[in-house]
Design a protein around this ligand. Sequence first.
Ligand code: GRF
Length: 212
Amino acid sequence: MTARTRVAVLISGRGSNLASLLEAARDPGYPADIVLTVASRADAPGLDHAERAGIATGVVAFGRGRARAEAEADLEATLRSHDVAFICLAGFMHVLSEDFVRRWEGRMLNIHPSLLPSFKGLDTHRRALAAGAAIHGCTVHFVNAEVDAGAIVAQAAVPILADDTEDTLAARVLAQEHRLYPIALAAVLRDETQETAGADDALVQVRRPGPA
Ligand code: GRF
């Protein structure tokens, strides 16, 4: 069997995307082995998912006045001590430095709750509704120095319904995030470039960018 890539998932909160990645990685044929979860705060509820799955967890405090360089040095040491080769950001609420991002270039993904390049940043569901968009969704992309702007790997689209509220829309997009992230991570690690899957009310499109 080919070696599975050792992946760390970085979270700050709920960790539902972490849970979906852990679920996918239970299959021994899945190309990622999630070996570590790092939370940016000790009270992140998502840590429970990692503990239940029996994988290593770490807490590296970010923000709240702590120098980013110091936090990133801790993070690097934690990643190294678990021999991590690839990072998935999943609701990690801190912007990483250009240096850190460069070191992990091509080896770090993020999931964002909009169809990028629309609605970078926060409050994406509220903004999509306010803009009168008909289609919304989520994106998995490589992380680069500019927030929510790295090369797009995969997207899932959902229609915005006439009676949608921020909550109903967020729930439908989140269901697609849980489906998309494992597909996108596997595509990157297997070096697949194209996959289209239509199911339920969503279209999933993987179009992994080739080598830079
Ligand atoms: C998700 O909507 C993700 O797209 C965004 O933050 C949220 C994290 O949710 N980056 P969870 O912690 O994975 O449940």
